[in-house]
Design a protein around this ligand. Sequence first.
Ligand SMILES: Nc1ncnc2c1ncn2[C@@H]1O[C@H](COP(=O)(O)OP(=O)(O)OP(=O)(O)O)[C@@H](O)[C@H]1O
Ligand SMILES: [Mg+2]
Length: 308
Amino acid sequence: MIQVENLTKRYAGGEAVRSISFSVEKGEVVGFLGPNGAGKSTTMRMLTGYLSATDGRIEVAGAKLPEQSLLVRQRIGYMPENVPLYPEMRVEDFLEYRGRLKRVSRGEINHRVGLVLDQCGLTEVRKKIIGTLSKGFRQRVGLADALVHNPPLLILDEPTAGLDPHQIRSFRELIKDLGRERTILLSTHILSEVEMVCRRAIIINRGRIEASDTLANLEKRVQAGALQIEVKADSGIAKEKLSQLQDVGAVAELNRAGDWISFEVTALPGKDIRGGVDDLIKKENWPLREFRREKARLEDVFVELTQE
Ligand SMILES: Nc1ncnc2c1ncn2[C@@H]1O[C@H](COP(=O)(O)OP(=O)(O)OP(=O)(O)O)[C@@H](O)[C@H]1O
Ligand SMILES: [Mg+2]
């Protein structure tokens, strides 16, 4: 659905995007992540034909850029970072206008507008002037605009920025729903959102792609989380025996409560030490009252891949 090869954008101030290549297959919901200034919005604006590339090849929804930019705009739904709405228009008039601009036929337009108003929870405010809506509702109008021509591909640049937790939740559900029958590329700083709606993420940093993989594989790259155990044992002996286990990187004593001692046992990257630790506890006959693994999270991956 998206194919990008050696895409570069040079602004007067320097290179914002440096020869990146990636692709997104039909039906995928992909998170596009990176710190502030990484080049996410620049890339998305090039993908949607709103900004010309300095160099590289882009093919989106079966059309090539820049040659077929009109076709691209008809086939994608783009929600830019600062949604440019017409503040003096009424919600439904705006959506009708935008739909017509994106070649929705006269016969279909009312049906499409009604549908996206409903999908985006805008039916109640359909007659309101956009400029009088709250930020969250204006974001929804931006999404409705991206959807009105029923595009197979959605490119959403921080769609939940500035929303309250209730709105973020309903937005996320909506995006999940939309992802069932569409391809979506979504940028956000809310990593839990990516964990909930995306299967794959592309991480960009200073104009370069640092990683592009399924969340499951990304999480395997960093220290596979730490294991926390609480046992009744001699602290020195326990620490030594745990340290000698295969694939154990470090053992730290966390806390004592009477005879109980808790340890944090860290695995070498990508290794699973649960079996080994469990066997040792059984073999030594240590009474055990806690055994818990802290899962590596996308946040850990993000921080590790994008640090200075
Ligand atoms: N119109 C422009 N002219 C010059 N430089 C620009 C322009 N737009 C963006 N940049 C620069 O390009 C780099 C990438 O910006 P971009 O907006 O793509 O980042 P981003 O990943 O979307 O960041 P954020 O998370 O803050 O939205 C930044 O260094 C930015 O200052
Ligand atoms: Mg941005």
